[in-house]
Design a protein around this ligand. Structure first.
Ligand SMILES: *Cc1c(COP(=O)(O)O)cnc(C)c1O
Length: 425
């Protein structure tokens, strides 16, 4: 199955991603007229003939080039499965990517990408802070395989990246620049276009430096890294795309060439998503724009409320960036909306933050983000607790900081909950 016959337009009229989310990559006549794609809950696929099986393997294992009219035949669900292929086709739409690969978790997508493109002796430069699991992979696991990992601070401009690469012969060994923007939990930004320029400057004929962007916080609606020169876009689909806090999944998007290489590694790591996860995500994608738009509107009300509250010290929200903030210019160029992630410091420290978190009635006290329900957590002692205190301090992760993922509830109800909880600060 493939989208190749499917149209993205009616005549000259190009269809928007939200319209294609119910049809792209699937046709009812393929499955008894079923309007929705079935769950292809199977581990293996029958070949019509031995010759066909041979041909499918030749293409899948790269023994010969794919002919122009040929698609990758269905073989075995670790290599491909229609529930994943339809999902991957639809995932390309918002980011305008040539191809996508789905994984059983965001971490699986990040780790599989790292092991596809990085080799011993090479350098990975990455913006800081990054997601805790990514931090562990980069700081602890990759160095054990001889890969040098070099952090640079988010929100400090291109100079910070240049400075990190200036030491020794790092620039000559640079293989990848990995960026998480907005940074979690502080919403500091990294200029994707500037990273792409640095990557180009350090690329040679036989070593192309790649830029990979974890777009979990604003994507796929509000930020499109490929349009700013990134080579790869990564997602934890667990968050906004899944959107109901009921599944774990991830994805990598990019050119056909790069994603094919990632998929080859995925085949042997076995890190692909299963058909049930793929099917759940197809359902989630249909309402993605509705949910992210509602969450974005709610977050504006909540952030404005917090900014005026006497027991709140600072609010980190992209919709409140002042014009003299260096991130303002990056935001204007790179982001289409402030999204729905807010972090704020209550007056006081951990005790005050905990009292607020413990008093919340509607907003749930939990890590993760992007779901229909609003969630609050304490980065310093939860998601970022393995970051040593001096580094926490440097990244702005203070004991008084609370991170809030705003859901689709009525915003007045969220404000009522925060109003009563902040009484306890
Ligand atoms: C959650 C998250 C991840 C990891 O994704 P999982 O689906 O939990 O494996 C990676 N990056 C960011 C920004 C995240 O929020």
């Amino acid at each position: 199955m493939s989208d190749k016959h499917d149209k993205k337009a009616i005549g000259d009229h190009r269809l928007s991603p939200e319209s294609l989310m119910m049809s792209y990559g699937y046709r009812p006549e393929w499955s008894e007229g079923a309007v929705k794609p079935p769950i292809f809950q199977t581990s293996t696929f029958a070949f019509r003939t031995a010759e066909e099986g041979k041909a499918f393997f030749e293409v899948a294992y790269g023994l010969r080039e794919k002919r122009n009219d040929e698609t990758l035949g269905l073989i075995y669900s670790r290599l491909n499965n229609p529930s994943l292929e339809i999902l991957e086709d639809r995932l390309t739409l918002w980011d305008g990517a040539e191809a996508a690969a789905a994984f059983e978790s965001g971490m699986a997508s990040i780790a599989t990408t790292a092991f596809t493109f990085l080799r011993p002796g090479q350098v990975l430069a990455f913006s800081e802070p990054v997601y805790g699991g990514t931090e562990y992979l980069f700081h602890t696991i990759l160095p054990e395989f001889g890969i040098e990992t070099v952090p640079f601070p988010a929100g400090a401009g291109r100079e910070a990246l240049d400075a990190a690469l200036a030491e020794g012969d790092r620039a000559e060994r640079l293989a990848m620049i990995y960026v998480e923007t907005p940074a979690n939990p502080t919403n500091r930004l990294v200029d994707i276009g500037a990273c792409a320029a640095v990557a180009r400057e350090h690329s040679t004929d036989d070593r192309r430096v790649l830029v990979a962007v974890d777009n979990t916080f604003l994507g796929p609606l509000w930020q499109h890294p490929l349009a700013h020169g990134a080579d790869l876009v990564l997602y934890s689909l667990t968050k906004f795309v899944g959107g109901h806090s009921d599944l774990i999944a991830g994805a990598v998007l990019g050119s056909e060439e790069l994603v094919t290489r990632v998929k080859a590694t995925r085949t042997f790591f076995g890190s692909m998503a299963g058909p049930w996860t793929g099917w759940l995500l197809l359902r989630s994608l249909e309402t993605l724009k509705l949910r992210m738009t509602s969450q974005m509107k709610n977050a504006r009300y909540v952030a404005d409320f917090l900014a005026e509250h006497p027991k709140v010290d600072t609010v980190h929200y992209l919709g409140h960036l002042s014009e003299d903030d260096p991130d303002h210019e990056v935001y204007r160029r790179q982001c289409l909306s402030p999204g729905s992630m807010i972090s704020f410091e209550v007056r006081g420290g951990e005790a005050e933050a905990f009292r607020v978190l413990n008093a919340l009635k509607l907003i749930k006290l939990a890590v993760s983000l992007g779901g229909t329900e609003s969630l609050a957590e304490h980065p310093a002692s939860m998601t970022h607790s393995d970051v040593p205190p001096p580094a926490q301090e440097r990244m702005g992760i203070t004991p008084a900081l609370i991170r809030l993922s705003v859901g689709v509830e009525n915003p007045q109800d969220l404000i009522a909950d925060l109003t009563q909880a902040l009484e306890f600060a």
